[in-house]
Ligand binder design. Structure first.
Ligand SMILES: Nc1ncnc2c1ncn2[C@@H]1O[C@H](COP(=O)(O)OP(=O)(O)O)[C@@H](O)[C@H]1O
Ligand SMILES: [Mg+2]
Length: 260
């Protein structure tokens, strides 16, 4: 008896080219934001987390949000992903005005278009890797099979394992599989390698870059690690609730060459 060779899968064959279709329709910006503000009020204190942010996010780009702790990066990412709303300002996803959506519509927008990856993997400990991915694919319109998503991040053999039986990097790759399995137009990652060592983190970045390159998924990545910025098309430098500068990389360094 012989074992079958692992099946080679690629995002290109596994996913429809939704983003390309949108480009063909004349939309080249995935998101456009104008004068975005977010003020948190706790008791008698007001925190101005975003103080007037203007942004254009290109469809299919790799964008890194870089800046010190407390500068507003997560606040912006959560607003872009429809987890939160701006206090003021305009925000468009292609031709949808996100600020005009009610809560149910915003939830539908998020389910259909956004994949999230957070620093701590947020896997359910009592479910296997495959069952964790299924939590998302079961409520998605056109998902890939959970086992296929795990193949894509190199964990096909580990799908019956529970989170406690996986390393931190492997757990994060399960979280990436969960995020890409619903074939989202946008992947939002908040410090996805923040809890990982360099070598393990690079493997996670490679799976994210693969989703971007082979599908054209717009990839937005928060880090406070300037070394990771080299894999981006563009970098927004955050300071005190604003985008202080935008840097453009002429060439993108492959994720495999990142180190920190
Ligand atoms: N839910 C919240 N309630 C009150 N203040 C908040 C909340 N979320 C974030 N903040 C504040 O907003 C500012 C920006 O936070 P955040 O967007 O998390 O920054 P970063 O991700 O760059 O570290 C910080 O001063 C933070 O304490
Ligand atoms: Mg943050």
């Amino acid at each position: 008896m012989r074992n079958a060779a692992p099946q080679q899968l690629s995002y290109a064959s596994a996913m429809p080219h939704r983003v390309d279709q949108q480009l063909a329709n004349g939309h080249k910006h995935a998101f456009v934001g104008r004068s975005l503000r977010k003020t948190y009020i706790t008791g008698e204190t007001e925190v101005h987390a975003l103080r007037g942010v203007d942004l254009d996010i290109h469809a299919g780009e790799v964008l890194v949000l870089l800046g010190p702790s407390g500068s507003g990066k997560s606040t912006l990412l959560n607003i872009i992903g429809g987890l939160d709303r701006p206090t003021a300002g305009e925000l468009w996803y292609y031709d949808t005005d996100l600020t005009a959506l009610d809560d149910a519509e915003l939830t539908r927008f998020r389910r259909a278009n956004i994949g999230f990856v957070f620093q701590f993997y947020n896997l359910i400990p009592s479910l296997t890797a495959e069952e964790n991915v299924r939590l998302v694919t079961d409520i998605s319109d056109n998902p890939m099979p959970a086992a296929e998503a795990l193949e894509l991040v190199g964990l096909g053999e580990r799908r019956t394992h529970f989170p406690a039986q996986l390393s931190g990097g492997e757990q994060q790759r399960v979280a990436v599989a969960r995020a890409i399995a619903k074939r989202p137009g946008v992947l939002l990652c908040d410090e996805p390698t923040g809890a990982l060592d360099s070598q393990t983190g690079v493997r996670v970045l490679e799976t994210l870059a693969q989703a971007n390159q082979e599908l054209g998924t717009t990839l937005i990545l928060i880090t406070h690690n300037a070394g990771i910025a080299a894999m981006a098309d563009r970098v927004f430098n955050f300071l005190d609730g604003q985008i202080a500068s935008v840097m453009e990389n002429e060439t993108r360094v492959p994720a495999s060459e990142m180190a920190w």
